[in-house]
Design a protein around this ligand. Structure first.
Ligand SMILES: Cc1cc2nc3c(=O)[nH]c(=O)nc-3n(C[C@H](O)[C@H](O)[C@H](O)COP(=O)(O)O)c2cc1C
Length: 388
């Protein structure tokens, strides 16, 4: 069997050959001679440049919904929450899933990017992040059949009419939880509208000053629902074979690229697998990532699960890192995420070229200043120097 592999990653900082060669069978990245000669040994404190943007290190904050917005507007909670992590030294902050339409919200309190009025508050958030040395990114999202739910601290249940619920949409009328009301099957005009909403969301993100855009195609939300044959049983050109199921994501990428500048990084978050037999899987994620690379996507942010309620997920330390490693073999850059909590783990991922960046979620909720400790030579904010 032959496969193509890129020597090196796409990181312009890496002083490596970028020759595309034809290989037989085995994975050359794991070959000791290759490692000795070519391993760029990206370290925990190495900056990384993607297109025109240089991140001060390779540790980013993973997008995490705060369910604290009103009518989609960010507020003091968000300024404090993200500002603290920027002071804490991360290279990148990906602001939480921000809905491209009101119906695309998971909860009524999600951040929104569906109207121009949202831009000015988002702009303040971006300035806050940038003035503290981090690069501001944002994840744009549509929750599909997982929309219209309560916040976690209110039980995460599907809303009912007395709680101002709304109709949800999905590729097929299959609810995430069999006890829930079914979503409406999307028409072609619904699909077109959603694609346009992602494009308009990207345009607003740019106007707000974000430097990184992430398209949310993971965790069982709308785009992931199209990818998986378990949630997409359509018989038209958006369902069935792989090419049809990935169509909406590629359309979203095309639409976003109409407005998102070619010199700014574009990320896509995928669930690399549904963790269920006959569901979306790593092979399809790898195949899709090759297409995303051809389309000009820079980084695949490699998460997993969230689409099938009965999935048994083996959650443990670093349990998703191998997805980032496998997808990286296509030549696209990857971000590893999930149960990564120590500097040692991060160094291991970077030095062994399992991913180009590492995103932290809950560890940064526990410890916003993680990076100040994890990276020895990190510049501390001058105001904090006496505590170093
Ligand atoms: C409170 C909370 C909110 C989250 N919201 C989002 C989100 O908006 N978008 C997303 O893609 N993932 C979201 N996630 C998943 C995280 O980004 C991350 O992938 C996950 O928590 C695993 O990383 P960790 O083990 O470092 O926390 C959320 C996780 C948490 C804990």
């Amino acid at each position: 069997m032959e496969k193509y592999i890129f020597f090196g990653n796409n990181d312009p900082n890496a002083k490596m050959r970028k020759t595309k060669i034809k290989l037989n069978c085995f994975n050359i990245r794991n070959h000791s001679i290759y490692k000795k000669k070519n391993n760029p040994m990206a370290k925990i404190d190495d900056p990384i440049t993607i297109k025109s943007i240089t991140f001060r290190n390779r540790i980013g904050m993973s997008p995490m919904c705060q369910y604290s917005a009103i009518d989609g507007f960010v507020n003091n909670w968000h300024y404090m929450h993200y500002g603290t992590r920027a002071i804490g030294g991360v290279g990148l902050i990906i602001v939480e899933a921000s809905a491209v339409s009101p119906e695309g919200r998971i909860t009524p309190s999600d951040v929104g990017i569906w109207k121009d009025e949202h831009i000015s508050e988002l702009k303040k958030l971006v300035e806050n992040i940038h003035s503290n040395g981090s690069i501001a990114g944002i994840q744009i999202a549509h929750a599909g059949r997982k929309a219209s739910h309560a916040a976690p601290w209110n039980g995460s249940k599907q809303l009912i009419s007395s709680e101002s619920d709304w109709e949800t949409i999905a590729p097929s009328p299959i609810p995430f939880d069999p006890s829930e009301k079914s979503p409406n099957e999307m028409t072609y005009s619904d699909i077109k509208a959603i694609v346009n909403q992602f494009r308009d969301g990207a345009k607003r993100a740019l106007e707000a000053g974000f430097k990184v855009l992430e398209i949310h195609a993971a965790h069982g939300y709308l785009i992931h629902e199209f990818l998986s044959p378990l949630s997409n049983i359509r018989t038209d050109k958006y369902g069935g074979n792989f090419e049809n199921r990935v169509r909406i994501l590629l359309e979203v990428v095309n639409a976003v690229k109409e407005v998102w500048p070619s010199n700014l990084p574009l990320f896509v978050r995928l669930s690399a697998t549904d963790w269920v037999e006959n569901g979306w899987d790593l092979n399809e994620s790898v195949k899709l990532s090759s297409l995303l690379k051809q389309k000009g996507v820079d980084v695949v942010d490699c998460s997993s699960g969230g689409n099938i309620i009965s999935a048994q997920i083996p959650v443990e330390k670093g349990y998703q890192i191998h997805f980032a490693e496998a997808i990286r073999e296509t030549g696209i850059m990857t971000a590893a995420v999930g149960m990564i909590t120590s500097a040692e783990q991060i160094s291991n991922i970077l030095e062994n070229e399992k991913a180009d960046m590492v995103l932290l979620g809950r560890e940064l909720l526990r410890n916003p200043y993680f990076v100040l400790k994890a990276i020895k030579n990190q510049n501390w904010p001058i105001q904090y120097l006496r505590a170093k």
